[in-house]
Write a protein that binds this ligand. Structure first.
Ligand code: ASP
Length: 467
């Protein structure tokens, strides 16, 4: 029966069966050594000059061949131990070798941390890139993080609910990805920029506490460290006030760091709270970097930013638009001004963000649950009655059918993980990430489709020509 390489430390003098990849092969004339890698780590296997048949087979081995080895575990001779690896006091004397699959020379080096390799080739051979130790660790830690969050929230009576990917446009300030409908020709689904409306409708549905590890899709121009699809920890709660959300999220974040990232230190607990105005005036940013020592990679400076404006001027169009999303409620004392269209740029909302080391890691708000207020927000940003009815009729109607007061938040999970793992880019924590211009170089997506598929969708393309 196969055991893992890390288990050999408890098997001295026993015969074991191992399977994995040849990480390296060293030919010392008399002896051949291979480092065998599996998901648990590495162990050293020795091939003696005899039996000859076994030795000849071992001669053929090359890096990254997949093999099965049977052999006896023994202590390494004095002075030959390797303290760098967990199994470094032991080795396996091979008795049988089976080549499960040979491999050609790899197109990329997987022994280094990989930062020195060009993005294009790393992404094209991502399945090899992922073999490197750094990325293996990143994804194991990602899984632990998600498990921690799930356990924490379920313990607090949250229900994990999946919401649709084929959906209708919900505004978060980006362009939608569209999917053509075959059964309703000429009509399109939009992929969700976030589950915002669904989670609010789940509050109307009476769940009171929802969360989801949610895929979100935003068609944005190449902008720094962004990905067209990314993951949010999305949640929503009913019958709560802002402080309830902030306190719970702070408790979750602090215990996540203590449990999964114990090397990190948090600069200040409770997290400092700054108004949007204070953040801009004192730090020139609504996601200030409050670290005491910016060279210390293990310092985490969280800060809540509150009291964002309801509206802001769109830099490009000069038109007034929502500052977070249209569903965020103004502070109650500004409801009158909103309804009467007064002092619009001075209205303060119940939006909050969580800044971390100069990045926005989470954002949310207490929501509007009164249809007339939501309608007024849409009118204020210039939507016609018809537009409002067509795109948001469903949620306005829901708000007339018993909508509890509610609010929530979403964490950019990729960004949070990148910071917690000292990674410079969210690509390093997304298994199959895309290039800056939105291409999946491994699968070669996006790509052209069959004429037949387009016909079924009643679509025509003009190729790459501009029309
Ligand atoms: N849906 C929001 C976003 O994606 C988060 C929230 O307000 O809960 O930014």
């Amino acid at each position: 029966m196969r055991i893992l390489t890390k288990e050999i430390v408890n098997k001295e003098n026993e015969e074991v069966e191992l399977m994995g990849w040849v990480a390296t092969r060293r030919d010392h004339g008399k002896l051949i050594f291979i480092d065998l890698r599996d998901r648990s780590g590495i162990s050293q296997v020795v091939f003696l000059p005899k039996p000859e048949e076994l030795r000849q087979l071992a001669d053929k081995l090359r890096s990254e061949w997949v093999v099965k080895i049977i052999g006896k575990v023994s202590r390494r001779p004095k002075g030959m131990e390797n303290p760098e690896i967990e199994t470094g006091n032991f080795e396996i004397q091979a008795e049988k070798l089976e080549i499960l699959n040979p491999a050609e020379a790899l197109p990329i080096n997987i022994e280094t941390d990989g930062y020195e390799i060009g993005e294009d080739v790393r992404m094209k051979y991502r399945y090899l890139d992922l073999r490197r130790q750094r990325l293996q660790k990143n994804f194991r830690t990602r899984a632990k993080t998600v498990k921690f969050i799930r356990d924490f929230l379920i313990e607090k009576d949250f229900v994990e609910i999946e919401t649709p990917i084929l959906s209708k446009s919900t505004p978060e300030g980006a362009r939608d990805y569209l999917v053509a409908s075959r059964l309703q020709p000429g009509k399109f689904y939009a992929l969700p920029q976030s589950p915002q409306q669904y989670k609010q409708l789940l509050m109307v549905a009476g769940f009171e506490r929802y969360f989801q590890i949610a895929k979100c899709f935003r068609d944005e121009d190449t902008r720094g460290d962004r990905q067209p699809e990314f993951t949010q920890l999305d949640l929503e709660m009913s019958f709560i006030e802002r402080e309830d959300v902030l306190n719970l999220m702070e408790e979750m974040t602090v215990s996540l760091v203590k449990t999964v990232f114990p090397k990190k230190t948090i600069s200040q607990i409770p997290f400092p709270v700054l108004t949007h105005k204070e953040a801009i005036e004192n730090y020139g940013s609504d996601k200030p970097d409050l670290r005491k020592d910016k060279n210390n990679p293990d310092e985490l400076a969280f800060a809540w930013i509150i009291d964002f404006p309801v509206f802001e001027k769109d830099e490009k169009t000069g038109k007034i638009t929502y500052s977070h999303n249209p569903f965020t409620a103004p502070k109650p004392e500004f409801n009158d001004d909103l309804m009467n269209g007064r002092n619009l740029e001075k209205l303060v909302s119940q939006q909050y963000d969580l800044a971390l080391n100069g990045f926005e890691t989470a954002g949310g708000g207490i929501r509007i649950n009164k249809p007339e207020l939501l309608e007024k927000v849409f009118e204020t940003i210039g939507y016609s009655k018809e537009h409002i009815r067509k795109d948001f009729g469903h949620i306005l109607e829901a708000f007339k059918l018993g909508a509890p007061p509610h609010g929530g938040i979403a964490f950019g999970l990729d960004r949070l993980l990148a910071i917690l793992q000292n990674e410079p880019n969210i690509r390093e924590v997304i298994a199959f990430s895309k290039t800056g211009d939105g291409r999946d170089l491994m699968m070669d997506a996006p790509s052209e489709v069959d004429e037949k598929q387009l016909k079924e969708l009643k679509l025509k393309t003009y190729g790459t020509k501009r029309i």
